[in-house]
Design a protein around this ligand. Structure first.
Ligand code: CA
Length: 232
C-alpha cells in the first residue's frame, strides 16, 4: 500500500488549525477527512475506517479522552493527540488511555509529518516485523531474545527484554511510565517508578553508544520513554 492511499481523520474544532492540517497532509498525498466535534469524530471513524486519527483533546462537545476510550473499545487505529503545551496530565491520560503519540501545539510541520509516517508504519508492520531491530551497531532480535554487535554478544536481562519489547510494540511512539510498569512489573507496582528507572539506566549502558546522550532510548520528560530504531 502506498502512502497516497492512506486516509487520515483530522478531529479539530478550530477551522484554521484544521485547514492547516488538511493542506499539510494533502500535500503529502494523504486523503483527509475532517471532523469538528466528538460526535462527528465517532461517526466518521465508524463509516470511513481511517488509517490514522489526529485528535485535538479540547472539543466543544466532549473531551478527546472519551473518544480515545470509545474508539479503543473496537479499533486499534493509531491515534495522534494534539494538545497544548501546558497540558502534561492530559497528555499522560491520553497516552495511558490508548493514544499512540502526541504532538504539542503549536506544532512544526516536519515533526507532525514524521509522527504521522511513524504511526502509519507501525500500523502496517505486523508483530513479526517489530521483533528485529537495528540500533546503530546493535542488532536486536526480541523474539529470540538475542542482542549482538558485529564484535560481541550483548547480555540483556529478561526484565530488560520485556521493557524493550513493550517499547518496540510502540516503536517511535511514546510509552508512558505507567504503561511500562503495568506491562512489565504488573499493576500492583503502579506509581513506583524506581525499578523502571534503574532498568532504563542499565539498558542505556548496554545499547547506547553514549548512555549520557541517548539516541535510541529517549526520555520524554514527565511522560515516559520512546524507542527509536534505524530503518530496516
Ligand atoms: Ca480545540
Amino acid at each position: 500500500m502506498t502512502e497516497a492511499m492512506h486516509q487520515i481523520l483530522v478531529i479539530e474544532d478550530e477551522p484554521a488549525i484544521r485547514n492547516v492540517l488538511k493542506v499539510l497532509l494533502e500535500a503529502e498525498r494523504y486523503r483527509v477527512i475532517e471532523a469538528d466535534s466528538a460526535l462527528r469524530a465517532e461517526i466518521e471513524t465508524r463509516s470511513h475506517k481511517p488509517d490514522l486519527l489526529i485528535l485535538d483533546l479540547g472539543l466543544p462537545d466532549g473531551d478527546g479522552q472519551a473518544i480515545i476510550r470509545r474508539v479503543r473499545a473496537w479499533s486499534p487505529v493509531p491515534i495522534i493527540v494534539l494538545s497544548a503545551r501546558a497540558m502534561e496530565e492530559q497528555k499522560i491520560a491520553a497516552l495511558d488511555g490508548g493514544a499512540d503519540d502526541y504532538v504539542t501545539k503549536p506544532f512544526s510541520a516536519p515533526e507532525l509529518l514524521a509522527r504521522v509516517r511513524a504511526a502509519l508504519r507501525r500500523n502496517v508492520r505486523g508483530p513479526e516485523q517489530t521483533s528485529a531491530l537495528k540500533l546503530g551497531p546493535l542488532e536486536l532480535d526480541l523474539a529470540k531474545r538475542e542482542a549482538r554487535t558485529p564484535s560481541a554478544e550483548v547480555h540483556l536481562t529478561p526484565l530488560e527484554y520485556r521493557v524493550l519489547e513493550c517499547l518496540a510494540r510502540h516503536l517511535g511512539a511514546i510509552v508512558t511510565q505507567n504503561q511500562l510498569i503495568r506491562e512489565v512489573w504488573g499493576p500492583e507496582r503502579l506509581g513506583d517508578s524506581r525499578g523502571l528507572r534503574v532498568c532504563i539506566k542499565s539498558l542505556r549502558a548496554k545499547i547506547e553508544p553514549n548512555p549520557h546522550k541517548p539516541r535510541y532510548l529517549i526520555t520524554e520528560a514527565g511522560l515516559g520513554y520512546r524507542l527509536r530504531a534505524d530503518e530496516t
